[in-house]
Ligand binder design. Sequence first.
Ligand code: AFP
Length: 330
Amino acid sequence: MQRLIPVLNNDHVPLHLISVINTLMTAAKEISHRLHQGSLAGTLGSTLDENIQGETQKKLDVVSNQLIKNMLLETNLVRAVASEEEDDIVEGNPDAKYLVAYDPLDGSSNIDVNGSVGTIFSIMEVPDHCKHGKDMFLQTGDEQVAAGYILYGPSSMLVMTTGKGVRMYTLDHTVGEFLLTVEQVKIPAQTQEFSINMANDRFWSAPMKQYIKDLLQGEEGPRGKRFNMRWNAAMVSDVHRVLCRGGIFTYPADCREADKPCKLRLLYEANPMSFLIEQAGGRASTGYERIMSLQPTEIHQRVAVMMGSADEVGTCLQYHKDIPCQRFDA
Ligand code: AFP
């Protein structure tokens, strides 16, 4: 089986970008090891701190964030990093060309119950028009040069793209290498599986309520077929399933908190996942706009997400076209 670096070399990925990706993999191997140690590593549980998102930080959130940040900045190939766990960007080599936005441990509320979690990353280049500060990161998802995630499940898997399709690699712990295990990921256009947190039903907009209501009516309803539901409470894990066998993953806007209608973050969750989904033949939308076309206005901004099997996402978007409503997120 092919190792990661020869595959990237064959794709003519620039050497410095390969080095940045390889550094992320080194950090991921350490995170994978600590996670699989569980409570033996002494890093389960929460800290007494909250991150900028207002979420209690798990010890492994902090450990993973520090690992990735320090290893990336030590390469001297990274101009700056933006992390879910950092209030502001952290500057690196002023002459470097790569920017890395990442969620060090997505799904971290699953850690203490031994659930799947993952690291999500998005890599961009420093734009010609802006060489300093957080505005460097305010680029559309279409500007990403690489994106992916490491899913720490029963096996640790890297799923990534550099714009030439999506490949999956499995970590071989005996040799400490990510080996190519899926050469080309293609999402089926149709599906009978949806992924949403149903507990929020009463807070959704009218189009979303109707879309889900019709799914739940199965064969007798307007969709004319039965659907199944999955919700792992970790975007990495739910999107991985969609990439493996199709489906629609959605975290729509809702009216629970007027000042926070959306949950998922654009720069280091929605954009990298959208890059993967589109490269694998799927679609990724807010319900009204294509996610990778959005112009970010701040590094931790949140966005509504509907992504996966192209035809099913299209059906969901048709409900948003046909049913008028006052958007929570606009
Ligand atoms: P945590 O990292 O705080 O566990 O949040 C995970 C997440 O951002 C995303 O990965 C999940 O899809 C989503 O939140 C789960 O949200 P709910 O807990 O509201 O279902």
